[in-house]
Design a protein around this ligand. Structure first.
Ligand SMILES: *Cc1c(COP(=O)(O)O)cnc(C)c1O
Length: 431
């Protein structure tokens, strides 16, 4: 009788499928816990939509200045409610996560103010904006050029090193900055409860300091967002978690009303702030993406956890591990060589529905300080809530895997990596 599930037609050998299925069996309890969070977040999203009386009229198209764009205003109220913030900007005029974060930095900070990152060096593109990095060499209006001071406290063994933080915070400190997600580093994402205790400690001593969180990749992983545990501002990208794979572009800022206003003044202009900004019919996709986001994030998490299980079983170090609490969708796998990192990314690309025939190569992306390789065969360019993998080309050669609108696609990608490793003679299956 013909095999009904002929994996060979996809170029995947039977032993790989078998191996992954065995790993998967042991992941079921972890998935179950995660599923409960995704359900809760789905309810949270629907509840915000019905509370704000989302109706079909909100899908109308606005053009020009975009005055009286009811859909935009409603979307922003819904978003603010979901993340427990006073206010939010959720807009196609925000180009990316980097842009969203920069709106917060330039919106709030003034010459002479000090910004302190307490989670070590921020994500590469944010370090570029700050401009205090050794050899960053970028001009064009970095915070440094505007006279904003900067300091940085490295993460300790157990997360934020509060003792050191209190050594550097002083009366000129306007903003304390945390990055929730790992970025290109070997550390676990900051959990909401970790952020809560850090924020509480800081606010206890310095109630006026603005606490801002780069929330990229963290949305909907836990039942609360940083703004629900005391963060004054958060920002992120709509082509990551909160866009649900549906948003075509955009970013968001959420938090305290006065601070969101300052970010809006930076996005548009003082005096205009949030009052204009046509949405060209995108409100429907934003709202639908937000509706799908908890479920899509769950699919991506399942893939991340499967990758952790598979690659740790194969003897690679992974971060986070299968059992670790998660607060972002990223799975880091320490592959140890440039060759393996390239193959990893090339296999993820080859498993994509779009641009599968492209072979990714390392290149010097704008805003990054070294060569990066990125696999992104996505329906939306650069969307990393879709299955994607990337890595800076540096020791110890760690590949970062994230996304997958469906877990099935994520699994297909993992099969592809193992298959390519096998064909290159670098896969050793455990006995
Ligand atoms: C992706 C990301 C950013 C930047 O977002 P872009 O949309 O790529 O500009 C910033 N911080 C973190 C942690 C990210 O993951």
């Amino acid at each position: 009788m013909a095999d009904k599930m002929d994996m060979k037609r996809f170029g995947i050998s039977e032993d790989i499928v078998q191996f992954c299925s065995e790993v998967e069996e042991n992941l079921k309890p972890v998935w179950k816990d995660m599923q409960a969070i995704m359900e809760y977040n789905q309810f949270k999203v629907i509840d915000a939509m019905r509370k704000n009386r989302l109706g079909e009229r909100h899908f109308a198209v606005s053009t020009g200045y975009g005055y009286n764009d009811e859909g935009r205003d409603l979307l922003e109220r819904v978003f603010a409610d979901i993340v427990g913030a006073q206010d939010a900007l959720v807009r196609p005029q925000i180009i990316s996560g980097t842009h969203a974060i920069s709106l917060c930095l330039y919106g709030v900070l003034r010459p002479g103010d000090k910004l302190i990152s307490i989670t070590g060096a921020p994500y590469d593109t944010i370090s570029t904006i700050i401009g205090h990095n050794e050899g960053s060499g970028v001009e064009g209006g970095t915070l440094k050029e505007f006279g904003v001071e900067y300091d940085q406290v490295e993460l300790g063994e157990d997360g934020v090193d509060l003792e050191k933080v209190f050594q550097v915070v002083d009366h000129t400190t306007k903003m304390i900055y945390m990055q929730r997600s790992t970025g290109y580093s070997w550390r676990k994402a900051l959990t909401i409860s970790e952020m809560e205790s850090v924020i509480r400690a800081i606010k206890g001593k310095y109630p006026d300091v603005v606490v801002m969180v780069d929330n990229c990749y963290g949305e909907f992983i836990e039942t609360m967002e940083p703004t629900e545990v005391g963060a004054d501002l958060i920002a992120g990208s709509l082509i990551k978690n909160p866009g649900g794979g549906i948003a075509l572009m955009g970013g968001y800022v959420a938090g305290r009303k006065d601070l969101v206003h300052l970010a809006a003044c930076r996005l548009a202009a003082p005096g205009i702030a949030r009052e204009t900004g046509a949405t060209l019919g995108m409100n429907r996709t934003y709202l639908q993406g937000l509706f799908l986001a908890p479920s899509v994030v769950g699919q991506a998490l399942k893939t991340a956890i499967l990758a952790a299980g598979v690659f740790s079983k194969l003897g690679y170090q992974v971060c986070p591990s299968v059992e670790d609490p998660r607060s972002d969708i990223i799975q880091a796998v320490r592959l140890g060589s440039a060759e393996k990192v390239k193959l990893f990314c090339q296999a993820i690309q080859a498993a994509a529905p779009v641009d599968s025939y492209v072979i990714p190569q390392p290149w010097e992306m704008p805003g990054y300080n070294e060569e990066i390789i990125m696999a992104a065969g996505a329906f939306v360019q650069g969307s990393s809530i879709e299955l994607s993998a990337d890595a800076p080309m540096r020791e110890p050669f760690i590949a970062y895997l994230q996304g997958g609108l469906t877990h099935e696609h994520g699994k297909f990608g993992i099969y592809g990596v193992l298959q390519l490793f096998k064909e290159k003679g670098i896969l050793r299956m455990p006995e």
